[in-house]
Design a protein around this ligand. Structure first.
Ligand code: CAO
Length: 547
């Protein structure tokens, strides 16, 4: 195996050109034509491709260095013999495709004075420095838009460089005659422009001979992302760019962005003067995938909902950033998923638990002897299970295909438990087949396990319906979020003694506020009405629970 030293090719006369990116690392295997480094003049950036297939053994330049034609940049151990010939070719191509080499001056056509009138002109593709069949990668303005002279109308891309084609005059863009994906050559008509300028010299030819395309230009120093407005560069664009033609990125980065469907205006450039590198695009994609997986991605990406703007809270006072626990992050993702997917309706009612509570108080000494804590919860679990049995149309889930209902012949009830690590929902299986003592014991155990972080995954799966009780804490009502794919959830608030009309007089009764939120795709209000009435009747007269 031999080593070859790669040097800077003909730069079209440019000298002391900045190295702005080293695209490979020592030890990397490189393909023929793979970008090794990126150079930049004040007019264009260009990638220097590998002339050989091999492995990088030494990098002789660093980002920030200045190089000229013939300077050595890299030593590559050649893997295949064939490689020396394309080196010359690659150099040649690189020099050819170097848009900076073609002067960025306008090609002035003979001019004559005409009176101030509107003129409709056809715009043609300018001199492309010998390149043919060049890809149109972006139309930068919409038909009907007012454009300024020199404003970029479209972006072309060869293998090695991308370039803006600027408007030769100010005016209104009437139409494009090309589309993204077309291949164009010098002289092709690409658009029609209605000029609006007052008396001024215009080209005598019907077809406008435009300014030469400007290779993608690095932003002026003063246009780097800064809170302060740029002072000295009138054409400098404010950050962030809102069109991808405005961003500062090389052709290979643009190509990668297109392949991955990345909007370059959303990517932060880490290169010199904010240039977007391929790594920036990869980092952006990784970040987006991670956010999507964790569910923390703003609905903006999925559901078209505008994201909540990021705010620097420290500008308002002292703050402290605390990482969320895994459970809290998971809960946040599930809540967002359920909130966005499930059309919720919440129905409210009150159950008279005067008798239930009197009975519960009587049972307390016995419960103590058994080592069980008896709260309203096991009664609510029992009543919900029984109501699901009595109203089977409510014991369903919407199938993932959106076209079937899954009717369940089992009754498993989830209980929302507040733990130091976050909200957990253990599940009591076959709750309809269990008595109050058993339900009290099992819910006590599951709550303890949840708070000790000892629940197993399968102890948190399979519920038909969840009960979320904030009764011990207070509140007169809340709208719980359905724990999809379950069909509904019941929120329990704090019972209070209230005056209730018994037909003759107001009587003090212990009233328990309840709310049932349900998935309106799977069940209708009438289903919920029937289920809820049954449930409230069972809670209000617990003798029915034994029937
Ligand atoms: N009204 C009045 N008092 C109530 C009540 C209610 N609805 N519910 C419970 N209480 C009383 C209990 O009877 C107990 O008092 P006594 O000891 O005098 O009997 C006291 O409040 C404390 O009860 P508890 O909280 O220990 O037990 P619980 O069975 O009511 O609740 C549990 C257990 C796990 C549901 C609860 O502790 C919990 O974590 N709730 C949070 C649920 C949650 O965060 N949900 C998310 C909300 S958003 O969907």
């Amino acid at each position: 195996m031999s080593k070859t030293t790669v040097s800077v090719p003909d730069l079209g006369g440019a000298d002391n050109v900045d190295v702005i990116e080293i695209s490979v690392a020592v030890g990397d295997a490189v393909e023929l034509e793979q970008d090794l480094i990126v150079l930049e003049t004040d007019k264009a950036s260009m990638e220097i491709p590998s002339p050989v297939v091999g492995t990088v053994v030494e990098i002789l330049v660093a980002a920030g260095d200045k190089v000229s034609e013939g300077d050595d940049i890299m030593v590559v151990e050649v893997a295949a013999e064939a490689a020396t010939e394309p080196a010359a070719e690659a150099e040649q191509e690189s020099a050819e495709a170097e848009p900076a080499a073609s002067p960025e001056t306008k090609t002035e056509a003979p001019t004559q004075e005409v009176p101030a009138t509107e003129q409709t002109i056809e715009l043609t593709i300018p001199d492309l420095g010998g390149a043919t069949d060049v890809d149109v990668i972006e139309l930068s303005v919409e038909p009907g838009a007012e454009v300024a002279e020199e404003e970029s109308l479209l972006v072309l891309e060869t293998d090695k460089a991308s370039m803006d084609v600027p408007a030769p005059k100010a005016g209104t863009l009437v139409e494009f005659r090309i589309q993204v994906g077309d291949k164009v050559n010098e002289g092709d008509v690409y658009a029609v422009l209605k000029t609006t300028a007052a008396a001024q010299p215009v080209e005598s030819a019907a077809a406008e001979q435009p300014a030469a395309p400007a290779a993608k230009q690095p932003p002026a120093e003063s246009a780097a992302p800064q809170p302060a407005a740029p002072e000295s560069a009138p054409e400098a664009k404010p950050e962030p760019a809102n069109r991808s033609s405005d961003v500062y990125a090389g052709p290979s980065s643009r190509r990668l962005a297109r392949q991955l469907g990345v909007d370059l205006t959303k990517v932060n450039g880490s290169g010199v003067r904010g240039r977007i590198t391929k790594d920036d695009i990869r980092t952006y994609v990784k970040k987006m995938l991670k956010q999507a997986e964790s569910g923390s991605i703003s609905a903006a990406s999925g559901a078209g909902i505008p994201p909540i703007p990021e705010v620097d809270f420290s500008q308002f006072g002292d703050i402290e950033l605390q990482p969320m626990s895994k459970i809290k992050k998971l809960t946040a993702a599930n809540m967002q998923r359920n909130w966005l997917n499930v059309p919720h309706v919440t129905q409210f009612d009150e159950a008279d638990i005067t008798d239930l509570d009197a009975f519960r108080q009587q049972m307390k000494p016995e419960a103590e002897k058994q080592g069980v804590k008896i709260t309203p919860l096991p009664f609510l679990i029992k009543a919900a299970a029984q109501a699901l049995k009595l109203e089977p149309s409510f014991n369903v889930s919407l199938h993932a295909d959106g076209e079937h209902l899954v009717h369940k012949h089992y009754v498993h009830i989830g209980i929302a438990v507040d733990t130091p690590a976050g909200l957990m929902v253990p599940v009591i299986r076959d709750a309809d087949k269990k008595g109050i003592w058993e339900l009290a014991r099992e819910s006590n155990e599951l709550v303890e396990k949840a708070r000790a972080g000892k629940l197993k995954p399968n102890e948190m799966k399979g519920a038909c319906f969840t009960i979320s009780s904030l009764g011990a804490m207070g509140g007169t009502g809340f709208t719980p979020i359905v724990n999809a794919p379950e069909v509904a959830i019941m929120g329990v608030s704090k019972a209070q003694i209230k005056p209730v009309w018994n037909g003759k007089e107001f009587e003090p009764r212990n009233m328990l506020p309840l709310a049932v939120s349900y998935d309106h795709r799977a069940i209708n209000g009438a289903d919920c009405g029937r289920f809820f009435t049954t449930l409230v009747a069972l809670i209000s007269d617990i003798r029915r629970l034994i029937l």
